[in-house]
Design a protein around this ligand. Structure first.
Ligand SMILES: Nc1ncnc2c1ncn2[C@@H]1O[C@H](COP(=O)(O)OP(=O)(O)OP(=O)(O)O)[C@@H](O)[C@H]1O
Ligand SMILES: [Mg+2]
Length: 581
């Protein structure tokens, strides 16, 4: 269990915590003894027919002093145990986050991002409820039970046994009841989150709902969810209503036994009058552990399920392994040697015997129908996946798997097909993650990719927030910002996945002419559906069909081949001509 190391790390805090709770409990018990003495004194003085107020003032001071001491140690216990649990939570979150960073894409894809966030947040939180409150209350309960019972035994073993006798029955009932309450309240919580996400979803898709006139349907659905929720809530309320009476009965029974048997023992002169008041206080102090037990046991059960899930996550090893930590010069010579690759999740053979070579200073264009395996080539080059059905990828004549993975990625710039942007300012999106970039260079690049003027027209210019919390950017703007980010990285290998698809022909050609200079001396691979991009930029073009390279050559050669490439080219050209007619 990965929690063990944390307990060992914070063992002194826990030892101190246990010491503090023991002291707090003992001081609290001493209050009962003070009350016993005060009662004995009252009875004595009533018999003597005179009353000394000063004496009682001293008792009062004792009681206040003991309360303060007990409270101080309770505070110190929280400071040690709860504070440690917060430290453990923080370290555990970091441990999980670091582990996720190392995981491969396949793993991250299988576990949806939301699920991962849930795991980090909720499970670690539940484990904290164990390392903090559950441990604290458990120690408190045990110490209180032991100390109260030993104080009681000291006064009268017979009375102790009599008071304790009905407790197992009550504790069993209370335990069952708390379990039921916990179960129901978890359900209520779950039902509430179902409603919350339902409402959120229907608000965010309100336009779609209105267009399809589905308001009634959603209203009905919400009503059903609400009915379900209120039904569960009422059930929870009814069950909770049993709790207090049961506790009162337990205390009441204890007090009846104390007074009844106590008075018999008192008549026999076996105890003093003060012992009865003292016992009443003990009975009250005993009720708390019984209330806490059910709650603590639910906390422990939940935490152990969460910790199990966390352990499972931590024990999954990444499939992409790095063994090389050297740093060296990377030229960017890329060679695919009969590479075949299958996505294990979908058993999809995405690439079959693909071979090609790109040298420094060359631009390779890749095109092909949707799903033909174009992006997969980038996934393999970026080592999000490793080649698994034969063949080899060589970078600078060395197997890609023998390279330092992190070093290699540092020498690659990549524009993904979705041109992902963060919820951050435009500037941070472009300079990501290098925070010390020359502003003039950023502007130069943005001018080249034809986005500078647009950015300058935004309210805060380069500091404008984009994404969820800021302005919406269009598909074409998104692609140009992502392109600027990749160009700014100035890496020897540049991979561009369909970053021109949302641009009009004029902007596209302008950008292509502007960035030609930037592409010099780099190894560039561009995936594009629009052949005009490849015709203007590529030295070589590869046509992919169902994972197989069916046509390959210079743009001129491909056109002359009169194959599928030519067919698509002609269709696209006709469209463009019609556009301009
Ligand atoms: N992560 C994945 N898991 C399983 N199968 C995948 C995965 N990514 C792609 N595939 C499958 O592999 C095949 C090739 O996909 P790829 O993304 O390389 O196509 P593409 O040529 O880039 O298509 P597009 O032009 O639509 O971007 C497709 O059939 C796709 O369904
Ligand atoms: Mg693709």
């Amino acid at each position: 269990m990965s929690l063990k190391k944390y307990f060992i790390r914070y063992k002194w805090y826990y030892v101190l915590g246990i010491l503090f709770v023991t002291l707090s409990s003992v001081f609290s018990n001493y209050q009962a003894i003070v009350v016993r003495k005060a009662t004995n004194e009252i009875v004595y003085e009533i018999n003597q027919q005179h009353f000394n107020q000063d004496k009682f003032f001293v008792f009062l001071l004792y009681l206040i002093g003991l309360s303060v001491l007990s409270g101080v140690f309770m505070f110190l216990m929280r400071q040690t145990i709860i504070v440690s649990s917060r430290h453990i939570e923080y370290e555990q979150k970091n441990e999980l986050y670091e582990h996720f960073q190392k995981m491969d894409k396949q793993f991250l894809k299988m576990q949806s991002v939301g699920d991962l966030m849930n795991k980090i947040g909720e499970d670690v939180g539940r484990v904290r409820m164990f390392t903090g409150p559950a441990v604290m209350y458990l120690v408190n309960v045990i110490v209180t039970l032991i100390s109260v019972i030993s104080f009681m035994l000291h006064v009268s073993p017979l009375l102790t046994v009599a008071v304790l006798l009905p407790l197992p029955v009550f504790s069993f009932l209370i335990f069952r009841l708390s379990k039921k309450i916990n179960f129901l309240s978890t359900h209520v919580q779950e039902q509430l989150s179902v409603i919350t996400s339902f409402v959120q979803e229907s608000i965010s898709s309100i336009r779609l709902i209105k267009i399809h006139s589905k308001e009634r349907f959603f209203e009905e659905k919400l009503k059903n969810n609400n009915d379900n929720y209120s039904h569960q809530f009422v059930l929870l309320g009814k069950t909770e209503a049993l709790f207090q009476p049961l506790m009162t009965m337990m205390v009441g029974t204890g007090i009846i036994v104390t007074v009844w048997l106590g008075s018999i023992l008192l008549a026999q002169n076996k105890i003093e009058p003060g012992n009865i008041t003292e016992f009443v206080i003990y009975v009250y102090r005993l009720t708390w552990p019984f209330t806490a037990l059910g709650w603590v046991s639910a906390l422990i059960q939940r935490a152990s399920a969460s910790q199990k899930r966390i352990n499972e996550l931590l024990n999954t090893q990444p499939k992409i392994i790095n063994t090389n930590y050297d740093t060296y010069k990377i030229d960017g010579h890329i060679r695919f040697d009969n590479v075949s690759f299958e996505y294990e999740e979908s058993k999809m053979m995405a690439l079959k015997n693909v071979s090609f070579e790109v040298v420094k200073g060359e631009v390779l264009g890749i095109t092909g129908k949707v799903g033909s395996g174009k992006s997969t080539i980038f996934q393999l080059l970026l080592r999000f996946y490793d080649v698994n059905r034969g063949g080899q990828i060589l970078i600078d004549n060395k197997d890609i798997q023998k390279h330092n993975l992190y070093w290699l990625r540092r020498h690659m710039a990549y524009v993904s097909q979705d041109a992902f942007l963060f919820n951050d300012t435009v500037l941070n999106n472009i300079i990501f993650p290098d925070r010390e970039t020359d502003m003039q260079r950023v502007i130069d690049i943005c001018i080249k990719v034809e986005i500078h003027d647009t950015i300058m027209s935004w309210p805060d210019q380069y500091n404008t927030m984009i994404g969820e919390k800021g302005i919406n950017v269009s598909g074409g703007q998104r692609q140009r910002i992502a392109l600027a980010r990749a160009l700014l990285k100035n890496a020897p290998i540049l991979l561009i996945d369909d970053a021109f698809s949302a641009l009009d022909n004029e902007t596209e050609q302008k950008i292509i002419q502007n960035i030609k200079e930037e592409l010099k001396n780099k190894t560039v691979i561009i995936i594009a559906q629009k052949l005009s991009v490849l015709q203007s930029l590529a030295d070589k073009i590869m046509y992919l069909k169902e994972g197989v390279v069916t046509e390959c050559g210079t743009p001129y050669e491909l056109l002359k081949m009169n194959g599928e490439y030519r067919k698509i080219y002609d269709i696209q050209m006709t469209k463009t001509i019609i556009q301009y007619l």
